[in-house]
Design a protein around this ligand. Sequence first.
Ligand code: TXA
Ligand code: MG
Length: 352
Amino acid sequence: MTEVLALDPQQPDPAGIARAAAVLRAGGLVAFPTETVYGLGAHAMDPDAVRRIFAAKRRPAEDPLIVHVHDASLVGQLAAAVPPIVDVLAARFWPGPLTIVLRRASAVPLEVTAGLDTVAVRIPAHPIARALINAAGVPVAAPSANLFSRPSPTRAAHVLEDLDGRIDMVIDGGATTVGVESTVIDLTTSPPGILRPGAITLEMIRGLLPDVCLRPSRTDESHSGGMKSPGLLSRHYSPRAALTLYEGLASEVVARMSADAAEAVARGSRVGIIIADEDAAPSPSDSLRVIQLGRERDYDALAANLYHALRSLDTAEVDLILIRHFGDSSGLSTAIHDRLTRAAAGRIVRVP
Ligand code: TXA
Ligand code: MG
């Protein structure tokens, strides 16, 4: 059985936190909210506990985990070397949605890093995550708390959808605020590269690290050519239904989506459409679900609502999801576009 522990996201009850921390220290699995998505935590220095994460998620062993700590002074225990730029980035962006890849210290089990000589480290900002990691007193390895290939969870109910009975505990701290996973930056290469865009944007990092670049994203699933960040595989963010991304001028895109949806419904399919609040929504029916994700330029809201929308369409058992493109490649819209491109796995319609 998975115990559900409800805690106040701003002021979590210390007794509850202590109980969850004891589960972690004993080698158990605890899902908890971070500001990005829910993580599935385990004692990072306990190889058996870390193996349990992979088993619970059905995650391939070659996909490395992020190690979460409470304070930047602890990074030196995880990394073989901490270049000065880490302090600069930490002072600006930690605690927060930034993950930094460094050379691995030998103390970090290879189970955590999937055999790599690098380790990914993050200090989350969510009060529950901070209290839990602090109380555990050990580094906490935590991938997103979903089954492999499902959208990341942004609510405790999403965690239970995927992992009920497979983990010891989930702390319910309500919906997460950011809604997409942390930015991952690799400082072991020159120039440093952003492996996964997130709420700490390229523009923000560039102010401190002018030569940082966005690594070209991969959309194939082959492991050839060196898998730099395996979480960048397309299947990572996929709902069960086939998702198609529509790009182009909003009004034309939405008209085309509505027409395609009507055609698919006429053929007997169940369809979900995801558009912006401003868009002209087609009339919903039993076979046609319509979700208005947020204002078209409100990237914070769009990101916060995205995975819940994808999961709710899966729950409604649609066969197809049609979603419009959002954003202008600035700020968080880069991360939204990145996740949608991967979920689409090549199913992209450019209008006209
Ligand atoms: O926001 C987040 O980052 C959430 C919360 C729970 O912290 N965690 C998360 O973990 O999204 P996960 O495992 O779903 O994604 C971790 C990403 C993957 O793309 C993985 O390949 C990459 O980080 N990663 C981990 N260790 C790495 C390493 N040593 N080198 C390169 N990429 C690494
Ligand atoms: Mg994940």
